[in-house]
Every structure is written in C-alpha cells, then in structure tokens.
Design a protein around this ligand. Structure first.
Ligand SMILES: Cc1cc2nc3c(=O)[nH]c(=O)nc-3n(C[C@H](O)[C@H](O)[C@H](O)COP(=O)(O)OP(=O)(O)OC[C@H]3O[C@@H](n4cnc5c(N)ncnc54)[C@H](O)[C@@H]3O)c2cc1C
Ligand code: FES
Length: 277
C-alpha cells in the first residue's frame, strides 16, 4: 500500500473499552476497496494514520493481528481534536486510512522463545496485536505470559478477551489495579511491582512492554534487575508525528526517527539516548 495515499474504510463496529475522562474505544475498520480488504497486511506493532474526514489524522497502533484478515482494529484514547472526532463517529461511517507504518515487532526472530508482555492501560493495544498473533500461531512460540494493569478494573482494556485468555491453559494472564477495589481478587499495586513479584525467568525469553512512560521506565529497570539483557527487552514508543515516513523531522529521538526506525525498539538501542525513556 502506498503510504502517501489514504484509502476509505467503513467502521464496522465500535467497542467501548473504558469510560472516565479519557475513554478508550476500539474501532473495527474494513477497507472499501476489495483488493485492500483481501490483501492488506501488516506486522504486529505497526501503525496506521486514521483520517477523520474534515477533522485531521492521527497515528494508532493496529491491535488486530495480521493472521486475522479482512479488517483492522485500532483502540483509541480520547485526547484532543482528532480522537474526539473519532469517538463521536458511529458504526457505518467512512474514514480514511494510510499505512502501515513502522517496523513492528520481530516476531519471526522470536519463534521458540518465551514471551512476556508487560502492559499498562492502552499499552495493551500494540501488545495485543502480538499476543493475538502468537495465540493464532501458538505452536511456534514458548510460554506466553501477560502482566497487565490499569488504574481500576474499569480501566482495563479488552476485558472480554482477558477473561477468555485467563480460561486458556496456554497463556498466563496476571492482572493488577493500582488501588484496592471490593471484589478484586488479583494483585493490587503498580505493574512494575507485579512484575517484580512474578519475576519471570529471562532464560530463552523476550520481554516487551508498552504503557505510560513512567511505567516503561520502571518496568525496564526491574527487568534488568531480574536478569534480562538489553537485547531481550523491547518497547514501542509514541512521539508526536506528522508525515509518518521520516521526512518532517518531528518525531526524532537522538538520531532515530520513531516513525521510520521504530516505533519498536530494543532497550539496547535506547539505553544511551537520554530523552528516549
Ligand atoms: C506510533 C504511535 C502509535 C500510537 N498508537 C496509539 C494507539 O494505539 N491508541 C491511541 O489512543 N493513541 C495512540 N497514539 C497517540 C495518538 O496518535 C494521539 O493521542 C493522537 O494523535 C492525539 O490526537 P488528537 O488530535 O486527538 O489530540 P491533540 O488535539 O493533537 O492533542 C491533545 C493532547 O494529547 C497530547 N498528544 C497528542 N499526540 C500525542 C502523542 N503522540 N503522545 C503523547 N501525547 C500526545 C497533546 O500534547 C495534547 O495534550 C500513537 C502515537 C504514535 C506516534
Ligand atoms: S513523523 Fe515525520 S519524520 Fe517522523
């Protein structure tokens, strides 16, 4: 797909994931062009620019995996102009999408490895693409562990799917909320603390993390303390973007462009760039 050209999509369905002052909705987008509907593909961790006609465009991680064809899902937190306009849309409306952008996670290289996903809030969206991909190709990967938290139980994304994953015996899901709630039976505390409590083994493992910057910082510190090497830790970064293709210089960290070189980076790539994390 030519990354400069937006293509029309229709909103097939909308899921209200969370409420509160910054609600999150998941939009299922279906390409109107037959060719794209059948052949559009991406790597888990890649993003698309979604254009709300007349309002502007914004970058979002594709949260559906490339193993599920015919649509893409994006989960969107309401922040400002474009995301508010998107949240006001209804099923059946038309948007435009260009992409996919970015490098995505090197899932091919990780075959046979144990994968630990550590996410906070909407950070489960890019991680979700990898989790779903690996569940669809389950025999190709080792142990899968999800360590995910949000401020409260209402702020957890993909609640229905989390419930399904918890019932499976081929993926371990450990949830947390920041503050005690009546009826909550899992961990209470921040995600980095839950990671420390669980201390997954770094042997033959890759850890990938996404969430608020402060969470990512402490998660990486804890992974290093547990014994993960710099090449075993991956994250996906968000920076304000404009062109999405390495031309405008808006998204650089050090000598890297998040849009062109990322958004997925290993800790080995980021650890010496002070403004990266
Ligand atoms: C690679 C990448 C992947 C992303 N994936 C997702 C995703 O899956 N889901 C999702 O909800 N959002 C995602 N974002 C962030 C999303 O693009 C922004 O929230 C969106 O562009 C805001 O647009 P707006 O017009 O609604 O807000 P604006 O009116 O432009 O801004 C509203 C507020 O949001 C802040 N803001 C805007 N963009 C960003 C940003 N990139 N990072 C931090 N703060 C920002 C502004 O500083 C301002 O305070 C991603 C961003 C990048 C770069
Ligand atoms: S968004 Fe333009 S260079 Fe990255």
């Amino acid at each position: 797909m030519n990354p400069y050209i937006p293509h029309p999509v229709t909103i097939e369905k909308i899921i209200q994931e969370t409420g509160g002052p910054r609600p999150i909705k998941t939009f299922r987008l279906v390409f109107l062009e037959d060719e794209l509907r059948e052949n559009f593909t991406h790597k888990p961790g890649q993003c698309v620019m979604v254009n709300v006609l007349g309002k502007g465009e914004s970058m979002f991680a594709i949260t559906s995996p490339p193993t599920r064809r015919g649509y893409i899902d994006v989960s969107v937190m309401r922040m400002g102009k474009v995301t508010t306009a998107l949240h006001q849309c209804e099923a059946g409306e038309t948007l435009a999408v260009r992409g996919p952008y970015g490098n995505g996670f090197p899932v091919e290289e990780w075959k046979g490895k144990n994968i630990i996903f550590i996410g906070g809030g909407i950070g489960l969206s890019p991680l979700g693409a990898v989790i779903r991909y690996m569940l669809d190709r389950r025999e190709e990967y080792g142990k899968l562990t999800v360590i995910y938290g949000a401020r409260s139980s209402a702020d957890l994304c993909f609640k229905e799917e989390l419930r399904e994953w918890k019932k499976r015996n081929d993926i371990d899901v450990h949830l947390s909320i920041d503050v005690e709630e009546e009826g909550w039976e899992e961990f209470v505390g921040f995600v980095p603390a839950n990671l420390m409590r669980l201390s997954p083994s770094p042997d033959n493992a890759i850890a990938i993390t996404c969430g608020p910057p402060i969470m990512i910082k402490f998660v990486i510190e804890n992974l290093v303390e547990i014994g993960f090497g710099d090449e075993q830790i991956y994250t996906t970064l968000e920076r304000r973007m404009k062109c999405g293709i390495g031309k405008c210089g808006r998204c650089n960290i050090g000598n890297l462009y998040v849009c062109k070189d990322g958004p997925v980076f290993s800790y080995a790539q980021l650890k010496d760039i002070p403004e990266a994390l």
